[in-house]
Design a protein around this ligand. Structure first.
Ligand SMILES: Cc1ncc(COP(=O)(O)O)c(C=O)c1O
Length: 378
């Protein structure tokens, strides 16, 4: 047998490091010097500028994408006895927040093409108890919103991957009842932690605001209309998010170039298929995900992950089907099989993608992938 091919990089290539630098450091220092450690003028500026960016009437800064989704559901009045239809191919937070309200998550299988929620499956699951639909714009590809809106239920979008996304030419953020973004360390606007709810509804915005933080107002006496949470965003983190918002489109263009490099390479590798993107939409390119078909690619996704790690290339998995995770198997043991999601969960592999990476880094990832593929298929 010929010797095993290898491409080993000198240093480990992180899968998705944040692209932060001197501007962010200066902004944090200025926020601290200003004395605003908690929510203040920078969080307010972020809300104004983010609302403008996505074209929504209101943007509410909160402590995480998870809090954004949770508060949106609570503000819509969702609670025990209700059902919310969502996708199994997501970070568990999407389903967890439904559980946190006391409602039941109902998982609709995904489309084999882009792994977004399948509207036909969702329609079959609507009952008199269904109170909302929560699609995820997976990897930055908008879900099929028209078909979901046609179900006539409130739609709360999980747009954690979709800061730059456009659905049929319209920016994600001002289209459904509520849209929830994440400012987590790996996201397009990376503050470390944080989230934003956008909505065009004055009532929903007011309800989310009341749930986010309790304030004293002017004076020592106070009253509350709802027993709220503590989910506000500090100005220190907002100052990072503001720098990242300045660069969001530039960073998107850098990731797009990386996507093009991967696309041309993946075309040559039998059994390694990029997840589909819809040319009618603007994809945020939050993640570059391929499916590894073990029959044609000569090995499983997990074998590929290990072999790429041996080549000093970091990868990740987005996502394992939520309904098969221990908590969900225990909470909802009657869960029917979701064959498309279950197969996808075993095949998806996320390759390094970040504006912090150079073209040479991506060329290393591609070189390693080619070497590993050649080894598994020879
Ligand atoms: C699809 C999806 N939804 C929700 C979240 C939760 O966001 P956060 O980590 O800001 O709570 C994440 C990622 O972190 C995500 O990838």
């Amino acid at each position: 047998m010929p010797p095993k091919l290898s491409f080993r990089r000198q240093t480990f290539l992180g899968f998705q490091p944040p692209a932060v630098g001197d501007e962010e450091i200066a902004a944090v220092a200025e926020a601290i010097r200003s004395g605003w450690l908690t929510t203040g003028p920078r969080a307010e500026e972020l809300e104004r500028r983010f609302a403008d960016y996505v074209g929504a009437k209101h943007a509410l800064a909160v402590s995480s994408g998870t809090a954004a989704m949770h508060l949106a559901l609570v503000a819509l009045g969702i609670g025990p006895g209700d059902e919310v239809i969502t996708t199994p191919i997501t970070w568990p937070a999407t389903a967890n927040v439904i559980v946190h309200t006391g409602a039941t998550p109902v998982f609709a299988d995904v489309r084999d093409s882009d792994l977004n929620i399948d509207p036909e499956r969702a329609a079959e699951l609507v009952t008199p108890r269904t109170r909302a639909i929560m699609p995820v714009h997976l990897y930055g590809q908008p879900a099929d919103l028209d078909s979901l809106w046609a179900l006539g239920l409130p739609v709360v979008e999980d747009a954690a991957h979709a800061a730059e996304s456009e659905y049929r030419g319209r920016k994600i953020g001002g289209l459904s009842d509520a849209t929830c973004f994440s400012l987590y360390a790996t996201k397009s606007i990376a503050a470390g932690e944080g989230g934003i709810v956008t909505t065009n509804s004055d009532d929903l915005a007011e309800a989310v605001r009341a749930l986010t933080i309790m304030r004293r107002g002017h004076g020592s006496l106070y009253d509350i209309a709802v027993p709220g949470y503590k989910a506000n965003l500090s100005d220190v983190l907002a100052s990072i998010a503001l720098c990242q918002l300045d660069k969001v489109e530039y960073h998107h263009s850098l990731r797009l170039r990386q996507v093009e490099l991967y696309d041309s390479a993946a075309g040559e590798l039998d059994g390694i298929e990029p997840v589909a993107r819809d040319p009618r939409d603007t994809h945020a390119h939050h993640l570059y995900v391929v499916r590894v078909d073990p029959e044609r690619a000569g090995a499983t996704r997990d074998d590929y992950r290990q072999a790429l790690a041996d080549e000093n290339i970091g990868t990740s998995v987005h996502f394992l089907p939520v309904h098969r995770l221990t908590a969900y198997r225990k909470l909802f043991p009657e869960q029917p099989p979701l064959p498309v999601a279950e197969r996808a969960g075993a095949e998806v592999l996320s390759l390094p993608l970040s504006p912090a990476h150079s073209d040479a880094d991506i060329a290393d990832a591609i070189g390693a992938l080619r070497a590993v593929h050649a080894d598994f298929t020879r």
